[in-house]
Design a protein around this ligand. Sequence first.
Ligand code: MOS
Length: 733
Amino acid sequence: MDTSVGKPLGRVDGRLKVTGGAKYSAEMPEEGVVHAVIVGSTIATGSIVSVDVKAAKAQPGVLAVLTPDDAPKLAADPVKKQSPTDMVVHALQSRKVQYQNQPVALVVADTLERATYAAALVKVKYRAGKPKVDVKAEQPRAYKPKQINGKPADMDQGKASTDKAAATVDATYVTPYEHHNPMEPHATLALWEGETLTVYDTTQGVFGTRARLAALFGIPPESVRVVCKFVGGGFGSKGSPWSHVVLAALAAKAVKKPVKLVLRREQMFSQVGFRPETQQRLQLQAREDGKLLLVKHDTVSCTSEFDEFVEPSGKSTRMLYASDRITTSHRLVRLSVGTPTFMRAPGEASGTFALESALDELAVKLKMDPVALRLKNHADKDPETGHPWSSKSLKECYRVAGDRFGWAKRDPTPGSMKDGRTLLGWGMATATYPTLRSKASAKATLLPDGTARVLAGSHDLGTGTYTVMTQVAADALGLVPAKVKFDLGDTRMPETPVSGGSQTAASVGSAVKKASLALRDKAIALAVADPGAPLHGVPAAQVTVENGVLVSGGKREDFAALLKRKGLASLDAEASAEAGPEKDQYAMHAFGTHFVEVRVDPDLGEVRVSRCVGAFGVGTVLNAKTARSQLLGGIVMGIGMALMEETYLDPRSARFMTQDLADYHVPVNPDVPDIDIIFVPESDPHVNELGAKGIGEIGITGVTAAIANAIHHATGRRIRSLPLTLDKVLATS
Ligand code: MOS
């Protein structure tokens, strides 16, 4: 029988999505839904003196106006530390204001229009303080965070070399505030039945949301159900429950009706996290032959006044290249802004801009080819832990992507390659992302008609989880994908981790495979056990399952017949999967490379990316089509991060001035060239049951530097701050 894993199976939920049949969280059909609208603060720091709700309350249809004075009190929040969101600040629990557009009141009405209008009538008096807005100005007060992703904030590996440095780089790279901007806005629909809370929430983590709500409302987790069938993009901003989730549940309790709360686009620029600005100083020293003697990466980013989030930009620097000495540090400054959060390869995307740009600068100084410089410093084992790699195909990635791109024809002299008056630039960079997994569970059930139903309480952020899990289960059960129905997105299903850190396929897929294999074994055991049954007495190991039929030699019985003969309405198995001892024996990362061509208008400074070739070693490719789409999406986001994305923070008010997609530019089709994705065959027996590495985030890593390096090649201009806009291309200083 043909297996399904690896095939470019179209999305099993594709038809539902294109016909509008897919129900997103805000569309769940609950009876009698009313609408909540958040009133946001108009100061960044200070306190609320009074909230005048009279006019709002007098409006027709208004059911409640909650303020810090009368909002129901939340329980102490024991999980606060695990999440970048302090609900005392965010959810009407205090009169303190700590960022612009912080929720200061919540209006609930029978229609969205009435709630929106009444919200405009709420009058808040403030005592305003002076906001802190500038990462650079606050730098003298920077402090060392306790940890970054569970690791020390600072690291110093290896020994200072006594060799003489032939070339050095010492430069500061800057990445701006960026906002995730998924197409689907954050949305929560909350309802109480007695002491039981149900929330339909667009989230990357139904179980995390459940834990948080249970703690905040002082009820057991079993009394909270979180449902999320489809997510219209998350990119990290839906990785933890923000204020609106808690406010919707508070409001539903107050008005005793189902409450829907959907954020407006402008609120998504202030209430649900962002990538913080980073200032990254990168120092490199190398011998004449290119060998790195020192890599020093010191990064400063911002957090809020009340929570701690670190953009861990030095993370990949610790493991990407071999060097006599590698030293990295992370510092934080507190600003009067909301709390930053995970965004599209947090740390790796911002950090590789600095590291991969600096390596290009070093290559120029050494008059060395950028690929040769990277090969010279290839890390044969993990510089951070000293462990061997579970697998690594980076050299092969450079080779195949370089060949496909035609890199050998590159004239390294800046400005030397032209097409008419257009300057051509060719640049490259390395991509990397850790291979993560967390404990996950799944349940597989055979039904009387011979089909299977497989459940795991996970999420599909548009990544293809529904499809890939269907394939994994189908192969393990010996069924065609059409006979498997995989479902997700409900805390009543087996528990799975947050869909972040590119870990869903590896974590949930391993559990789905284990549960499906356990079910298959159970069916086989039943098939061979009974006297008189077609496969009676056949050793279990000699039975295979092909397209739903248990087969051994000429003997056969299909799943449906087996269940009927046994009088079973169903047959099921559950399993959990988690990392074994390999995680402490091997360093696990996906690697890849980007080669890009830019075309620069020498008079206008306009940059167009005209070609992209990426090669990646990511272990088993579970679905050739959705995997390619994941990498395409990552690279497109990289183009956005390189050329367009930036949120402006008003230096007087500490308000994010960029508040819609007219001002916050993301790439559209004419901005994106044909992108060539190559999967380098890679087999990894150590990472997980599937041999698959996460691919949600690696695509974006390195893209910004590859484009910046290409612009340097085209123009001779080195731009060290994102985005790489035409004013910077043309700047004369
Ligand atoms: Mo991702 S930024 O880990 O959701």
